[in-house]
Each structure stands twice: as structure tokens, then as C-alpha cells.
Design a protein around this ligand. Sequence first.
Ligand SMILES: [Zn+2]
Ligand SMILES: [Zn+2]
Length: 381
Amino acid sequence: MSQNYYETLGVSRDATPEEIKKAYRRLARSLHPDVNPDPEAQERFKTVTVAYEVLSDVDKRSFYDRGGDPLAGAGASGGFGAGFSFNDIMDAFFGQQTQRGPRGRARRGNDALIRIGVQLAEAAFGTTRELKVDTAVVCSTCHGNGSADGAEPITCQTCRGHGEVQHVQRSFLGDIRTARPCPTCQGYGTVIANPCEECSGDGRVRARRTLTIKVPAGVDSGTRIQLTGEGEVGPGGGPAADLYVEVEVEPHDVFTRSDDDLYCDVRVPMTAAALGTQIDLPTLEADTGVPAEEATIGFDIVPGTQSGETVTIRGRGVPHLRGVGRGDLKVRVVVETPTKLDDRQRELLGLLATERGEELVEGEFAAPHRRVFDRIRDAFR
Ligand SMILES: [Zn+2]
Ligand SMILES: [Zn+2]
């Protein structure tokens, strides 16, 4: 005995036929391949179907109750699972009529997606773009109804307007009625006697349009701008779908972006880093064509600034796409050591070194490695 059919269906040994039917229906709802793609569920569905095959049949059930296996030698899978859809089973066994009927000719079109590259300043401060878009538009010859002479579609003779054709297949559970879309009318229930030559009856044609789109300030790579109703129109004069424009921000040669903060490096001479100075820095706004004095900000390099230190200038980053305000501009200071010294400069720097007691410098690890070094040295003492 391969399995306990009662346990498989989750019913007691004295369950009524109605209870067995109910249990199988409940399990089929969660396990049928049409509603549950999980391979494990499909295996379980086969198992519960075999159990149902035995317990729903009076003779097989009593044979099983007496300790026999009514399916022995018949192939354990019971021959079921022959491609019946979930709806077919529900209709056939449980008297539920799934609403089908002909499908409408007019359907919503598909959404369309196009990608555009924008410069960093355009992404930050917004811009407009002219876009050439190839999408399906309503056929101007038939105005979307697909008929060359303007006549209404006529009832399909193959399916008599139902949009589907039925087959009856015999199985151990009785007759299973399966319905497939009508091959003559593709399920519409009607046919167009004299299709429009321009669109072959589809009601739409492809066309190129020019759209002006507004790219809002603050977009980033991956941001999608939705243009409602600018996608392709549906067949049969169906409503137009949406067009999505996905933004890809091109790299900038000075600024990099992380969220709404901008980053850049500025070089300052060693002496300026030591003494402190004021720097005028052209910001990203300079790329938008605003006057140079407006696009330039001044900020302080404080005396004793180290190489790699970052100065944060609040509110000069990218405007937030949602909400108000802007990110920050983070300027990393790169201190430059002079590489070419003339005699006088070398002498001056030498004097400075003497003054600071720095003529002979012992190499020292910068913290925190220094502490590690000390500990190792102490360990060897
Ligand atoms: Zn047409
Ligand atoms: Zn038909």
C-alpha cells in the first residue's frame, strides 16, 4: 500500500462522499498547477488526485477498505493530470461555471519604456527633452474599428458568437468539458468581414511621434517618469497605455553623486593648507548656464587642514525629487606637496624645518597602526 488515501485527503475513514468531494476541491484549489507553480505542490496534487480517484468510487473505496489496492497494476498515477486546467476540473466536478464568453475586441494597449541619457546638471536641476517615440496609434483609416467599410463585426459561425469551442473528454471522473478559444475568431465571437487594409483589422498602426517631456529636478539613474496615455493604443480602438521614460545619468568629470549629495576634490598647496585660505569653487549650477558669479561659492580652508579632510557645504547638492531642500556638497581637500623647488624655496623650507625641529624625522606610523607597532615592540623587550 503506497499511501493512506484518507490521510492524504485529510478525511476520516467514515467520511461521506460529499465530504470527500469537498476535501478534494479544497486541496485542488491550493495545489493545482494552474494556481500553484511549486513542483512540490504539483507532486502533492497528483497524490491527492489518486486518493480522490479511489475514495470517490464506491467499488474502489470498499476494495481499499478491505485492505486491497484498487490501483495496483493500473499505474499508480491513475492516468490523471492529462492537461486539464484548474477551471476545467472545477467546472466538470463541482458544477461551477467559470465565466468565459467572447472577449472584447477593444483592449488596453501595452505600456512602453524608453531610456534617455541626461547630464548630471540636467538630472539635478531638471530639463525638457524632445523624444521621438514609435508606438501604435489609432488607425486613421478605420478609426480603430478594423473594418474597411465601417461595418460592425459579424457573429462568428464557428463558435456562434461564444468565442470558444468545447471538447468533451472522458475520464475516470466523468466527462470533462474543456473550452479553447475559437480558432476562427481568436475568441472574439465576431469576425470582421472586410478588414481595413491599412491595419489588417487591428485598428491601429505604428507611427512616430515627437513628444516633449519634462524631466523634473532631482531624478537619478533608474528614475522612471510616467506619461499617462502616451503608450501604445490597444487593439480594436482600445485605450492607450502609459509611456515610461527611464533616466540614465551620465558621469560628470568633476562631481560624483551619491543619493542627493555631490562630491568633488579640490587641490590646495601645502602652504595654503597650513596657513588657511578662501577658495572660490564653481558648482554644478555652472553647467546650466547661470552667470559664473551665481554659480560660484566661496568657502574657507581652515589653517592646518589635512589632506583628505572633507568640507561639507550644506544645501548645495542635488535638489530632492520629492519634498523640498537639497543634499549637500562635500568637498575633499587634497593637499599638494610641491615637487619642483628652486634654490630659494628649498632654503626657506629648510629654515622652516629647522625652526620646527623637523630636520631629522623618524618614520612613524599614523594612528591607529602606531599603537599596534608599540605593542609589538614592547612584547620583544
Ligand atoms: Zn484600420
Ligand atoms: Zn469564433
